[in-house]
Design a protein around this ligand. Structure first.
Ligand SMILES: [Zn+2]
Length: 91
């Protein structure tokens, strides 16, 4: 398994759009529910999705940038940000 199963838009699969992630204080914030993402600090990208996208970007920030950040998700509908369990029950 390459972890790319379930892509909803095969027309874009050759050139994914990297969803921006951002750092706010001690938090790394990704758009829920996890898309291919670019590191906010460098050109590093991950093609992982869902919680693995968060895990990948979190690991890059920790290993490449020595940043230990709290994982936060941002709701794509209203912009509300919270941790995983909070966002899961958000809608
Ligand atoms: Zn990086």
């Amino acid at each position: 398994m390459d972890g790319s199963q379930g892509s909803p838009n095969p027309a874009h699969s050759s050139l994914p759009t990297f969803s921006p992630s951002r750092i706010e204080g001690d938090k790394i914030i990704l758009k829920y529910n996890g898309k291919p993402t670019k590191c906010p600090r460098c050109e590093w990208t991950t093609l992982a999705t869902n919680t693995r996208a968060m895990g990948s970007i979190h690991r890059d920030l920790e290993t490449a940038h020595t940043l230990r950040l709290v994982k936060y998700w941002e709701c794509g509908v209203c912009g509300f940000a919270g941790d995983g369990p909070t966002l899961k029950g958000h809608y």
